[in-house]
Design a protein around this ligand. Sequence first.
Ligand SMILES: *Cc1c(COP(=O)(O)O)cnc(C)c1O
Length: 424
Amino acid sequence: MTFQNTLECAQELDAADPLSKYRKEFHYPQVNGKDVIYFTGNSLGLQPKCTQKFVDDVMKDWRELAVEGHFYADKPWWDYHERLAEGLGKVVGAHPEEISVMNTLTVNLHLLMVSFYRPTNKRYKILCEEKAFPSDQYMLQSQVKYHGLDPKDAIVEVKKRPGEHYWRTEDVVHKIKEVGDELALVLIGGVNYYNGQVFNMKTITQAGKSVGAFVGWDLAHAVGNVDLKLHDWGVDFAAWCSYKYMNSGPGNASGIFVRQKHLGKKDIPRFEGWWGTKKETRFLMQPEFDPIETADAWQLSNPPILSLAPYLASLELFDEVGMQALIQKQQNLTAFLEFVLYEVDKEVESTFEIITPEERGCQLSVFLHGEGRAIFDYLMKEGVIVDWREPNVIRLAPAPFYCSFTDMFNFGQILKQGILQKSA
Ligand SMILES: *Cc1c(COP(=O)(O)O)cnc(C)c1O
């Protein structure tokens, strides 16, 4: 249907939306006595109502069974993490054995680099995007230094072209070819946190492999947001956090993907712990490490059950709805938001610019000219939760599970008011 910047149009779009019923499955913060319009699902997803029960169940088992819960809880703790593999496999396009859940994102990227960044005299460079998420930059620099190399030499950043707000796939591929047989690893954020760009992961993965490098992806902003086919694309490894689009709760556990062909190997360099050794022999407490034949071989410790419980709860919702339906809605909703923004922009005479390219998931980054910070403050006060990135960018991520078309319309009206007031 053609969009109009009216409440009626927004309500019609909501009525036609098969996912609109999921809105009531989430808890919303309140501002001025009303549910907020929540645009920061790319930072911390809302709490699904079903989460509480999953956590309560673990608390009850711990209370009533104590140590026996490891084996006799309803969902026994010793293999609790295995329950997430199948659902996550569907979300990221992987076989369940290629998935594990453990630690947090930056930790996992470090652990995976132990296996997949093994610099030699000739092949030691890492290719990433310029201005990667800071944690990723620190991680890459410290890894390179750990191997006695100089980050200035070993880290190759792909830049945007002057005056452009996004990376071109051809520039990434060109750089990969240029570095060629010096390239040890390609490691990029699959969806850029700042401009919301979705990298062409398939093409870039192929290019990296064609020069003999390993290819890994940080999927923090990609998982639960865009279409992923990690297995089919031939990705070597990936990791993601679960608290953004996957709604698992603050600081919660991270997922990893390790390509099938790297599994079941004893000779792969890896930091190891007892939860990575085979279950059948684990409790014989013997000195020899016998890796599980799945990505769980990268697990070190026994899993944090109280963290996995909310992740499992959220994953059941993802399983019920399916990524295809989420992506479909996300595209419609983001398109409507873009339309509303341009309509407002016409009415207030161009005070902002969308810097997100067409290759996008569920995020529009808006560069505000002029009174950016004041407009941000106004939005927050009016119950629109957005986030602010220096120098003058607000990021809007209308997560398809719990944001509505009516939210987008109402946001447009509030934004217009804010701009008119602040520039008056
Ligand atoms: C959110 C995010 C992180 C967060 O890392 P943690 O280790 O979970 O704190 C890392 N990298 C990227 C690209 C992110 O977007």
